[in-house]
Design a protein around this ligand. Sequence first.
Ligand code: 13P
Ligand code: SF4
Length: 357
Amino acid sequence: SDDELHARIRAAKETLGNKLVILGHFYQRDEVIQHADFVGDSFQLANAALTMPDAEAIVFCGVHFMAETADILARPEQHVILPNLAAGCSMADMADEDTVEACWEELMDIYGSEPDADGKQPVIPVTYMNSSAALKAFCGRNGGIVCTSSNASTVLEWAFERGQRVLFFPDQHLGRNTAKAMGITMDQMPMWNPRKPLGGHTEEVLLDAKVLLWHGFCSVHKRFTVGQIKKAREEFPGVKIIVHPEAPMPVVDAADASGSTDAIRKFVEASQPGDTIAIGTEVNMVNRLAAEYPDRTIFCLDPVVCPCSTMYRIHPGYLAWTLDGLVEGEIRNEIIVDGDTATYAKVALERMLSALP
Ligand code: 13P
Ligand code: SF4
């Protein structure tokens, strides 16, 4: 039964003490979050993994790319565990190493590989945290950097100090929303189509480009629409609307604010009793905020429930199973990023950390 599962998890935590740390992303279901030692956005959880010197096991209740990042940043003797190995991220899967490498080669043919008179590289690759370790390593090897939704504009500024343009992957929406807020125009941010020569563009377009967008997207956040925002404003005059920057640009433009999952939490924290807040992000997080602030009206913009189906694959049953293993001295579902990939991915992650104020 559920009660037995939760009791097993609590007992294992008690036995393992500070040798174990459980991290939970905001999108995890409540039955998992109740056991997490740290809850946060993807950037905060990557940092949390760094600051746990006693933990021998980091159990990551999130998705695969997050556990990979924790393993890259963790000390070599720490074990990172993903309770269900099928918890991937469909957006991260939209940029594979071979396709990005092929694009890069085409770009090098057009732009060359030498810096200009100001010492700026022709292209800086920037990958969103929601990508495989292999792509983070690609960025590490090619003068590039990682960003999260909480620091994308700071990272793009870092990139433009060093390069004439940026190749941004996998999320077209985060790339477009961030570039637009920096004053880059739509014709300066063409989307690369890997099935067409030159990504489907003329050389002139590519030479004028400031940000080359990959075609990836999040299936949860692409569901939000301007129509939903209009409806919320009609039904609840004075409603405050915040969406995640993985939502399409017209949705971000129509909202009052956009930000990472932690920025969304802070937005709610800063609101007043009696306020009505509509949120464009994963529903488990929205429902939890609604329960935490019963004196406000908080709801998800999408009336059809929209959980992240892969985050949802972390069930308390898998958590209990991995913790039972640890108690018995068996590491189950360990995520290990191989040496070379980890080394270069860490270069790109450390560039991100050093770019931040
Ligand atoms: P955050 O970086 O805002 O936590 O988002 C991660 C994510 O997967 C959003 O879909
Ligand atoms: Fe990936 Fe979207 Fe789920 Fe985030 S919400 S983990 S981007 S599929």
